[in-house]
Design a protein around this ligand. Sequence first.
Ligand SMILES: C[S@@+](CC[C@H](N)C(=O)[O-])C[C@H]1O[C@@H](n2cnc3c(N)ncnc32)[C@H](O)[C@@H]1O
Length: 337
Amino acid sequence: MSENGADENATSECKASAAPTSAGSCPRCFQGLGERSCGACGLAFEREGRLIDVLGRDPRESDAARVERFYERSPFPGYAPDDDGGTLLDRARRSSFLRALDAALPAQARVLDCGCGTAQLAAFLALAAPRRRVFGLDGCRESLRCAEGFRARVGLENLQLARADLFAMPVRAGSFEVVLSRGVVHHTADPVRAIECVAQCVAPGGVLVLGFYESAARLFHAARRALARPLSTPLRALDPVLRRADLAPEKRRIWIEDQYHHPLERMLAMPAVLAQLERLGFSWLRSVPPGIESGLFEATPRPGPLARARLRLGWCLRGVNDPDAGLVLLLARRGSR
Ligand SMILES: C[S@@+](CC[C@H](N)C(=O)[O-])C[C@H]1O[C@@H](n2cnc3c(N)ncnc32)[C@H](O)[C@@H]1O
């Protein structure tokens, strides 16, 4: 596990099939789901076992469709064939960030993971506290099938997965105590609006954990990628993930696809993201990195211009050996009404 909890050991083994269990819960009103709609709030969907799809077969906007096709080929991050609840918990608990996140989350919190991919993070949070209610939304059907296969195999009743678009989420504004979105907004055509959509799901007093490619932190990777282009292959010596001796071939393929050939990727500057969140009524809690062992949701002093520059210089320098290639988490708390 890397500093911000990304699951480096998983592979894209997504063959497990989804066995229907109970009816599932509605991401909009949290009541039980019917066969094609929620009896309580009317949310309409198609169903595959307990996985629901609110997008259906309608064509998506072209950038979203391109990104979905990309993840159909490489669901991210995927599970290892022998993954079960125990291995996922063990691996997650080796990450100080994930331990701190689990400890900071109330045991009965409603948690939303926007752009959950194959849902390792959501599954970990659901496994770690059975009374927590975790919802994972993503636009990619294949990633969600993979996630649902794992959910069904492990028998996780407190995790509900849904195919939905970030820009039209089937949830009520302000209804989740904690909202996570790691590695997603920078893969959309409009990251500013994507941040707004994610942020509006957070309840007053709740916490947003937003992970994005930070422009200073990703500078070294941008250079590495530019160098790989004329050579037609990444230079192993320059990439700490590709240098790993234990990297499985499928994991290597997915890493190269994700980091060197992604069809839609932007970088965001932390000061601009912070300013946007502040305009939306959030206040700074912290960033990761630096790493953290405990007190994840406790406020740290808001960095002024000099401290922000120092932070970003530190991220830029650690870029040479950063296994997250410049993914930074920003944690912010929404003001109470
Ligand atoms: C790099 S993966 C991150 C997965 C997961 N959050 C993690 O940290 O492992 C990005 C995910 O964002 C999803 N995504 C991108 N654009 C989206 C959109 N407009 N609506 C919903 N999901 C989207 C993709 O389908 C993909 O699963």
